[in-house]
Design a protein around this ligand. Structure first.
Ligand code: GLP
Length: 243
């Protein structure tokens, strides 16, 4: 779906999320959201905060974030924990115990166990209802870099050079960007009941074309979404300009 601009597109996504929250409240049930970081989803979070101020409660919401750099302290200015608190969690009434973000401080020897447990928690929560995604220039979703398989699960991954270059300005230099991250797998994302990938701006036009129209292949993990039964690409005009 192509919107005039990222404001209108983000409003649509926030409304989809809030509609499901309200529906589940009426049924006395929880909603499980898969959340993303990066600049792309920030306007969605702004709208959700606005909806909360207007009365929407997040008490029945359970969240799982896609990824975190490794190693990463939660109170670092670069952590995704901090990002999520600043953009969303500090401004809504979500129960803190319902928030899950991969732990960038977990001991090296325990990463495997942590990742398996993260998967288990998603299943125990009932599975992800809506997974929102941005997309990296390499075609990564979460931090599933080229080479990630369609069945991959939460794990530690080495970041692609392009991804680290893109993050360099946030970290005041490429040499400061962590070389690794913990990310949900492509398979974890594929298990979500609904997936919404968002992309804004001309810089994403090529990778969007490849992801939507290209052959399905591990070298562009976002192409796997073509196989998902309920996945929307929500784009602004510029991101859709090469389609
Ligand atoms: C990072 C995140 C991804 C995100 C991507 C794009 O790599 N781990 O989840 O989609 O950046 O970032 P942006 O939305 O700023 O373009």
């Amino acid at each position: 779906e192509i919107y005039d601009d990222s404001d209108k597109a983000s409003l649509y996504v926030a409304q989809e999320i809030s509609k499901l929250i309200v529906l589940r409240q009426q049924q006395n049930k929880n909603v499980v959201l898969g959340l993303a970081t990066g600049s792309t989803p920030t306007k969605v979070y702004d709208f959700l905060v606005k909806f909360h101020k207007e009365g929407l409660s997040f008490k029945n919401v359970i969240t799982f974030n896609l990824d975190e750099y490794y190693p990463m302290e939660p109170d670092s200015i670069h952590s995704y924990v901090r990002f999520m608190n600043e953009h969303l969690f500090d401004h809504i009434d979500v129960d803190k115990k319902n928030i899950h973000i991969p732990d960038g401080t977990v001991n090296k020897d325990n990463i495997r166990e942590f990742c398996d447990n993260y998967e288990k928690k998603i299943v125990e929560a009932g599975g992800i209802d809506i997974q929102i995604l941005g997309i990296g220039r390499t075609g990564h979703i979460g931090f599933n870099e080229p080479g990630s398989s369609i069945t991959s699960k939460t794990r530690i991954i080495r970041l692609d050079r392009v991804t680290r270059l893109d993050a360099a300005s946030d970290f005041f230099g490429e040499e400061n960007v962590p070389t690794k991250a913990i990310t949900m797998g492509v398979g974890t994302i594929m298990n979500a009941r609904k997936v919404i990938l968002m992309a804004w701006g001309e810089g994403k036009a090529n990778i969007i074309k490849e992801s939507v129209e290209g052959k399905i292949k591990e070298s562009i993990p976002a192409t796997f979404l073509q196989e998902h039964p309920n996945c929307d690409f929500i784009l602004d005009q510029a991101a859709a300009s090469s389609l």
